[in-house]
Ligand binder design. Structure first.
Ligand code: ADP
Length: 607
């Protein structure tokens, strides 16, 4: 079937695209399909009217000019996306179109009109504008945000958008970052964070870092900073990730401030622990006490104890000291006292308590915070020192009295000229007492030298047997004891001879002093690979097992009452120091009742 003219008419009318035809210089609307009428918001009455009359709102828009130009020149006109404002029921509405105006010619080739074929792109244009707008909104948001924001293309990792806060955070200029690969812009973060960003792009899962510590090169200077940041994937409408948004916030000051506080707390805690200080918080209103673990330990308890029990723990004679101190504290605001407490196992301990009283707004004391210290050892040493001073003065007084007495007698003998044969006896007596005094004073001097770290060694090579013989001669001369020396007569060592002799004198003296009934003293020395061991054995009372660990301590005496045997408790202490200075060891094997064998080792020295 041949298509008739009405078929074409029908097709034009059905077309969803606006199609119309204007004819003549007046551009009279001759054909306008339904889509056109709809687009114009007009009805069929416009047909037959010049377009400028039918659509007066177009008069100050460029389209009538374009139409006329096509009519006059025969040049077709194709527009890009153009905006057109149409009066729809009294309201000017904006649409977007692509226009195509074509000249229409008759069989003679003369132009009689212009056909318009238009496509509406309003929706598309709106969408595009919206995207642009939201981009602007986003951009402004990003720009003004107080946090650092940087948007990075997911494909090329090129920085698309970056704000001032971000530039400030990373310490870079805009040109160093914008439109550059992020890792070229901030190479110092690449090693650690490039894999992280790649993972976000690959998995689409955001990465959140809190107080991440990183080194940033800010204006050329490496700085250690702490940053809270997020790598947030930004998705395209089809779900693919087209960008990564980095949101970063510097928290260096916050972290450093917190660390400083943590440091102080830690230091306080360490100080308290190191000083072995127990702490308490005494509620004066309800008379309850909160105590630290160390506090409980000092009182001999495993855990917290009621206030009542703590008060009961005080030594009966010292309860008053505590009470007075607390009364005084309520007046002065400060607590201080030293007192004895009795542990649940009945052992006695010394404590020193210090505290501060806090008052409420009515000046009523409500709380006391304080510390306690176990000062048992301190008190023991103090006691020991006191004892020592009395022992030392006593020890010095005895020979001194004897010297004085001898001199008085000598004075008398010389003046009266009687018994001249006795003079030498008393001179010997005085001499022997002076020797004793000299020995004591020597010990005291040695102790102070050791305390001051001034015990100097002067080493030489000597024969061990000869050295032992020299140091025991006086015992042999006294005749009461048999000193037996066992060992290689040719053995020589390098050491401080005088000080080793001093040790032997101390040990032999002790053997004589503490084993008066055993007539035999065995001095034995054996050579080992690089050392020599020398022992002094007696067959006296021996030393109780539990006392042995203390023997070599300063001032220590097994029987500290000092009634039975005189002495300062320094001989073994000094001996131990000399041995230690040589790099050797000292010890004792002893069975109570069967005697003792004191021994020490010395390196052979460079032989
Ligand atoms: P001192 O003899 O002046 O008391 P020391 O340091 O020489 O001081 O000895 C410390 C303590 O060791 C002595 O008080 C004594 O109790 C004990 N002691 C030392 N040697 C012997 C020994 N051979 N037998 C028994 N006890 C000893």
């Amino acid at each position: 079937m041949e298509p008739t003219e009405s078929t074409f008419r029908e097709m034009v009318n059905l077309s969803p695209f606006p199609v119309y035809l204007c004819t003549g210089e007046d551009l009279v609307i001759t054909v306008a399909n339904n889509a056109t009428l709809k687009a114009w918001s007009r009805d069929a009455s416009v047909i037959g009217k010049p377009i400028a009359v039918a659509l007066p709102e177009l008069r100050d828009q460029p389209f009538l000019g374009y139409l006329l130009n096509v009519y006059r020149t025969g040049q077709p006109f194709h527009s890009d996306i153009s905006r057109v404002d149409i009066n729809a029921n009294g309201v000017l509405q904006t649409y977007y179109y692509k226009f195509n105006y074509l000249p229409m010619r008759n069989s003679a080739g003369e132009i009689y009109g212009v056909a318009a074929f238009n496509t509406e792109v309003t929706e598309l244009e709106r969408a595009k504008q919206e995207v642009e707008e939201s981009r602007m909104i986003l951009y402004n948001l990003v720009r003004q945000a107080p946090v650092g924001i940087c948007i990075i293309g997911a494909n090329d990792l090129v920085v698309d958008v970056v704000n001032e806060s971000y530039l400030e955070l990373v310490g870079k200029k805009r040109w160093q970052v914008e439109n550059r690969n992020i890792w070229d812009a901030i190479p110092e973060a690449k090693a650690f964070y490039s894999p992280v960003m790649d993972r976000v792009i690959a998995t689409g899962e955001a990465f959140v870092a809190q107080e991440a510590e990183l080194i940033l090169i800010r204006d050329g200077i490496a700085e250690n900073v702490f940053v809270d940041f997020v790598y947030e994937p930004v998705r395209h409408f089809d779900g693919t990730i087209n960008a990564i948004m980095v949101i970063a916030f510097e928290v260096t000051d916050k972290v450093l401030a917190r660390r400083a506080i943590e440091d102080i707390e830690e230091r306080n805690r360490l100080a308290i622990e190191a000083a072995e200080i127990g702490t308490f918080d005494f509620d004066l209103v309800h008379t309850t006490t909160v105590t630290s673990d160390r506090f409980n330990q000092i009182f001999g308890f495993d855990g917290p104890v009621p206030h009542r029990l703590l008060i009961d723990a005080f030594h009966p004679e010292d309860k008053q000291i505590r009470e007075h101190a607390h009364e005084e504290a309520l007046r002065s605001g400060y607590l201080y006292y030293e007192a004895r407490i009795i542990w649940p196992d009945d052992s006695m301990h010394w404590i020193r308590a210090q505290g501060k009283v806090y008052r409420d707004k009515n000046e009523k004391p409500v709380r006391m915070l304080g510390t306690i210290l176990d000062i048992t050892e301190f008190k023991r040493l103090q006691q020991q020192k006191d004892d020592f001073i009395s022992v030392a003065s006593h020890e010095l007084k005895t020979p001194m009295t004897s010297v004085k007495a001898s001199i008085q007698i000598l004075d008398k003998l010389i003046r009266t000229g009687t018994n001249p044969d006795k003079i030498s006896t008393f001179i010997d007596k005085a001499n022997s007492s002076l020797n004793k005094m000299q020995h004591l004073i020597e010990s005291l001097l040695n102790v102070s030298r050791i305390s001051a770290g001034q015990l100097e060694l002067s080493k030489s090579r000597f024969n061990v047997t000869e050295m032992i013989n020299e140091s025991c001669d006086y015992v042999r001369v006294a005749g009461d004891y048999q000193v037996i020396i066992k060992g290689d007569k040719d053995l020589e060592i390098v050491a401080d001879k005088q000080k080793i002799e001093q040790i032997l004198v101390n040990l032999v003296n002790n053997a004589v002093k503490y084993a008066p009934n055993s007539k035999e003293i065995i001095i034995e020395f054996t050579k080992r690979k690089t050392t020599i061991k020398i022992s002094v054995q007696d067959f006296g009372e021996g030393i109780p097992y539990d006392k042995i660990p203390h023997l070599f301590e300063r001032y220590y005496r097994v029987d500290s009452t000092g009634v039975q045997y005189s002495g300062l408790g320094l001989g073994l202490y000094i001996s131990a120091e000399i041995v230690e200075r040589h790099g050797g060891k000292i010890g004792v094997n002893s069975d109570a009742g069967r005697g003792s064998s004191f021994w020490f080792t010395l390196p052979l020295g460079d032989s």
